[in-house]
Design a protein around this ligand. Structure first.
Ligand code: HEC
Ligand code: HEC
Ligand code: HEC
Ligand code: HEC
Length: 436
C-alpha cells in the first residue's frame, strides 16, 4: 500500500499524453500474505481503501488471485460488487461448474476492441479455500483459456490474458497458441524488463508489492499480424541510414528486408519501471491513506484495554527496567534509530497501522507485547527485548534467567527484510546496534 501514491503519479504521467490506455492488475491486490482469520476485518478495511484508490487511478480490470479468494467468498463478492473495476477469472467455478466471477470483458480503447479474460492459479491452499470460499474450486487455467479465447478472438481486435498463474504457466499458455495476443502476468515475482515473444504472444510479468509497474505500448494498425519490437526497428533504421551515408547510395539489402518485414507487424515497446522516490506521492491518494490511518488511530484511542497478565510467565517490561543494571547499553541504545523507530511512522500517521507496527514496536501481537488493543507506551520503538526477548524474569533474577546473549542474523531479518532494507549486512550492522 505504501507504493500506491507513487503508482498514481506514474499512471497520471503515462495517461497525460492522451494515448488510449488500459490500466490492469494481475491480482492479489489486497494483501501480500494470506489474510489470517483474526486479521480479516482489518484486511477488508484496507481492501476497501485500496479499491477506492485504484478507482481514482483509473484501473479498468484486475485478475483474481488466490489471496483475494482467501478474503472470503462473501467479502470478495462485496468488493467486486462495489466497484466498476472488472474483477476477472475464467477458471474459478461454482460447484456446478459455472463461473463464479466474470470470466471476461470487452473494453474499447481508442478504436480497438480489447477482449480481456482473467485466470487464477490452481495452486491454492485447499483447506483455506474450504473455509473461506466454500463451494468454489479452481479449474485448469489452460483449459479455461482454450474455451474462452475463440469467442473473444471473433469479437475483438486484441485478446489479453490477465493472469495470476505465474510465469511458467504464462509461457505454456503462450506456447499452446490459441489466439492470445498479450499475457499480462503476475504471481511469480518474475522481473521481465521487456516482454518476451513466445510464438504469436507477448508475455509480460508484473512485479510484486507494486514496487514496479510494467508499461506496454502497442502501435495497433488496422490488421494485426505478429509483433515487432520498437528497439529493433529503430536500430535497423539507424543502421540503414548510416550505411547509406557512408556509401553515398544504397543501404544494406538484408537489413532493409528485415525492416520491411517488421514494419508490416505491430510495433511494441515494453518496460518495467521501479517506483523509486523519483515519482513523488500523488497528494490525493496519499491523503486517502492518511485518512484511513487517522481513523485507525482514533479507534485505538477510544478503546478500553485490559492487559494480559500471567504472573508465572515471562513478560515484556520495557527498557526503563534495564537501566539500573545496564546503564551503558541503555544510553547507547537511546542514540540508535531503533529507539526512535516509532517517530518515523508519526509524520505518516502510520503509528496505528498494522501494516507498519510489527517492525517499529516491540513484541508486536505477542503475549504482553505491543498490540493495537494494548498500545503500551513503554514498548514503542525497537527496544532491547525486541532483540533479546522478554525480560521480566531476567530483571528480577539475572543469574537465574538468562536472555539471548547474541541475537542471530535471522532475528534481525524478521524486520530487515529485503523489501524493507535491501542492503542489510549483519556482520557490518550488528556492531552498530548494541554496545556499552
Ligand atoms: C523489531 C524489528 C527490528 C529488529 C528485530 C531489528 N531491527 Fe534494525 N531497524 C528496525 C527499524 C524499524 C529501523 C528503522 C528505524 C527508524 O529509523 O525508524 C531499524 C534500523 C536499523 C539500523 C539503522 C539504519 C540503518 O540501516 O543503518 C541498523 C544498523 C539496524 N537496524 C540493525 C539491526 C540489526 C543488526 C539487528 C539484529 C541484531 C536489527 N537491526 C534488528 C527494525 C528492527
Ligand atoms: C518488515 C518490517 C517493517 C515493516 C512492516 C515496516 N517497516 Fe519501516 N522500516 C523497517 C526497517 C528495517 C527500516 C530501516 C531500513 C533502513 O534503514 O534501510 C525501516 C525504516 C522506515 C522508515 C525510515 C526510513 C528512512 O529512510 O529513515 C520509515 C519512515 C518507515 N520505515 C515507515 C514505515 C511505514 C509507513 C510502514 C508501513 C507502511 C513500515 N515502515 C513498515 C522495517 C519495517
Ligand atoms: C537491534 C537488536 C538489539 C537491541 C535493540 C539491543 N541489543 Fe543487546 N545485543 C545485540 C547484539 C547483536 C549483541 C551482541 C553484540 C556483539 O556481537 O558485539 C548484544 C549484546 C548485548 C549484551 C552483552 C551480552 C554478552 O555478550 O554478555 C547485553 C548485556 C545487551 N546486549 C543488553 C541490551 C540492552 C540492555 C538493550 C536495551 C537497552 C539491548 N541490549 C538492545 C542486539 C541488540
Ligand atoms: C537487576 C539487574 C539487571 C536488570 C534489571 C537487567 N539485567 Fe540484564 N543482566 C544482569 C546481569 C548481572 C547480567 C550478567 C549475567 C552474567 O553474566 O552472569 C545480565 C546479562 C544480560 C544479558 C546477556 C545474556 C544473559 O542473560 O546473560 C542481556 C542480553 C541482558 N542482560 C539484557 C537485559 C535487558 C534487556 C534488561 C531489561 C529489560 C535487563 N537485562 C535487565 C543484570 C540485570
Amino acid at each position: 500500500m505504501g507504493g500506491l501514491p507513487r503508482r498514481a503519479t506514474f499512471i497520471q504521467r503515462e495517461i497525460a499524453d492522451g494515448i488510449p490506455t488500459l490500466i490492469l492488475d494481475s491480482g492479489n491486490l489486497f494483501s501480500e500474505t494470506p489474510p489470517t482469520e483474526a486479521g480479516l476485518t482489518q484486511t477488508m478495511r484496507k481492501a476497501r481503501l485500496v479499491l477506492r484508490a485504484m478507482e481514482r487511478m483509473g484501473y479498468q480490470a484486475a485478475a483474481i488471485g488466490e489471496f483475494d479468494l482467501y478474503l472470503g467468498r462473501d467479502n470478495l463478492a462485496e468488493l467486486v460488487q462495489s466497484t466498476d473495476i472488472h474483477f476477472l477469472s475464467a477458471n474459478i467455478r461454482k460447484a456446478d461448474g459455472s463461473p463464479a466471477f466474470t470470466p471476461s470483458v470487452i473494453i474499447a480503447a481508442g478504436g480497438t476492441r480489447v477482449g480481456i479474460f482473467g485466470l487464477t492459479s490452481r495452486e491454492v491452499d485447499i483447506s483455506l479455500m474450504e473455509k473461506r470460499a466454500p463451494g468454489l474450486w479452481v479449474d485448469d487455467p489452460l483449459k479455461a483459456a482454450s474455451e474462452i479465447v475463440p469467442d473473444l478472438r471473433k469479437r475483438c481486435d486484441l485478446v489479453i490474458a490477465l493472469t495470476h498463474i505465474g510465469y511458467r504457466q504464462d509461457r505454456l499458455l503462450a506456447e499452446v497458441g490459441g489466439g492470445v495476443d498479450v499475457i499480462i502476468g503476475g504471481r511469480s515475482k518474475t522481473w521481465l524488463k521487456s516482454p518476451q515473444e513466445v510464438g504469436a504472444t507477448l508475455v509480460t510479468s508484473g512485479y510484486f508489492q507494486g514496487r514496479a509497474v510494467g508499461s506496454l505500448l502497442l502501435d495497433l494498425g488496422p490488421g494485426h499480424d505478429g509483433w515487432a519490437i520498437g528497439r529493433r526497428i529503430d536500430y535497423l533504421k539507424r543502421q540503414i541510414e548510416g550505411r547509406r551515408l557512408q556509401r553515398g547510395g544504397g543501404g544494406d539489402e538484408e537489413l532493409e528486408r528485415e525492416l520491411e518485414e517488421l514494419l508490416s507487424k505491430t510495433r511494441y515497446e515494453g518496460d518495467m519501471i521501479s517506483l523509486t522516490s523519483s515519482f513523488p506521492d500523488d497528494p490525493e491518494i496519499a491523503g486517502m491513506i492518511r485518512e484511513y490511518r487517522l481513523s485507525l488511530k482514533e479507534e485505538a484511542v477510544g478503546k478500553v484495554y485490559e492487559e494480559v497478565t500471567d504472573a508465572g510467565r515471562d513478560r515484556y517490561i520495557g527498557t526503563d527496567t534495564c537501566i539500573d543494571c545496564h546503564r551503558g547499553r541503555v544510553e547507547f541504545w537511546k542514540g540508535t534509530d531503533h529507539a526512535t523507530a516509532i517517530e518515523s511512522l508519526r509524520p505518516l500517521e502510520a503509528d496505528a497501522d498494522p501494516d507498519c507496527l510489527p517492525c517499529h514496536v516491540t513484541g508486536y501481537l505477542q503475549p504482553t507485547g505491543y498490540s493495537p488493543a494494548l498500545p503500551r507506551e513503554d514498548l514503542l520503538g525497537v527496544q532491547c527485548e525486541a532483540c533479546h526477548g522478554m525480560a521480566s524474569l531476567h530483571a528480577s533474577s539475572p543469574k537465574l534467567y538468562r536472555l539471548i546473549r547474541t541475537p542471530k542474523a535471522t532475528m534481525c531479518r524478521t524486520c530487515h527484510t529485503p523489501e524493507q532494507d535491501d542492503d542489510f549486512d549483519f556482520l557490518r550492522d550488528r556492531g552498530l546496534v548494541c554496545s556499552e
